[in-house]
Write a protein that binds this ligand. Structure first.
Ligand code: HEM
Length: 147
C-alpha cells in the first residue's frame, strides 16, 4: 500500500473513533426510564395501575368499554417514551383518544392519584414519581375537555 493511502486510512479510522466517542459522550437522557425500572418496571407498574383505574369508584366508569390489556400495553410504550426509553408508542394522540369523553380536571386528578398509589406500591421513590408526573402534567391540556 502506498504511503498516502496508508495516511488516508489512518486519518479515516481516527475520524471514526472520534465520531463514536462523541456519540458515547452524549447518550440519550434515559435516566428517568432507568429509575422507573425500564420496561420491566413499567410493565409491572401498569399491571397494577390499569385494573385499579378500572375499579376506581370515581373514574372506573370511563373504562367500562375499554380493552384493558390493550390500554396497558399502550401505556407501557407511552410511559417508556415519555421517560426517555427507546420505545415506539403506536397509539393515538392524547387529544384524539380522549376526545368526546368529557373528562374534567377532577377526573384527571383522580387518575394521577391512582397512579401515585401504584407507584408507591411498586416502591418507586417520591422524587422519581415527581419527575414522571411533571412530564405527564402538561398532557391535561389535551385530555381535560370539560369543566
Ligand atoms: C396523564 C394522563 C393520561 C394519560 C397519559 C393517558 C394515556 C392514555 C393512552 C396512552 C391511551 C391509549 C390510546 C390508544 O389506545 O391509542 C388512553 C386511552 C384511554 N384513556 Fe387515557 N390517559 C390519561 C388520562 C385519562 C383520564 C383522566 C381518563 C378518564 C378519567 C382517561 C380515559 C381513557 C380511556 C377510557 C381510554 C380508552 C379508550 C378506548 O377504550 O379505546 N385517560 N389514555
Amino acid at each position: 500500500m502506498s504511503l498516502p493511502m496508508k495516511r488516508l486510512l489512518i486519518a479515516l479510522s481516527c475520524a471514526m473513533a472520534a465520531l463514536s466517542a462523541a456519540a458515547q459522550s452524549t447518550p440519550p437522557d434515559d435516566a428517568l426510564y432507568r429509575a422507573l425500572g425500564g420496561t420491566p418496571g413499567l410493565t409491572k407498574l401498569m399491571a397494577d395501575f390499569v385494573p385499579r383505574l378500572a375499579a376506581d369508584p370515581r373514574i372506573g366508569e370511563f373504562f367500562k368499554e375499554t380493552k384493558l390489556s390493550e390500554l396497558q400495553k399502550q401505556l407501557v410504550d407511552q410511559f417508556c417514551v415519555v421517560s426517555g426509553g427507546s420505545c415506539v408508542y403506536e397509539g393515538e394522540t392524547m387529544k384524539n383518544s380522549h376526545a368526546e369523553m368529557k373528562i374534567r380536571k377532577a377526573d384527571f386528578n383522580a387518575l394521577v392519584e391512582v397512579l401515585q398509589e401504584s407507584m408507591d406500591r411498586q416502591g418507586i421513590p417520591f422524587s422519581v414519581q415527581n419527575r414522571l408526573l411533571a412530564r405527564l402534567a402538561p398532557m391535561h391540556r389535551d385530555i381535560v375537555n370539560t369543566r
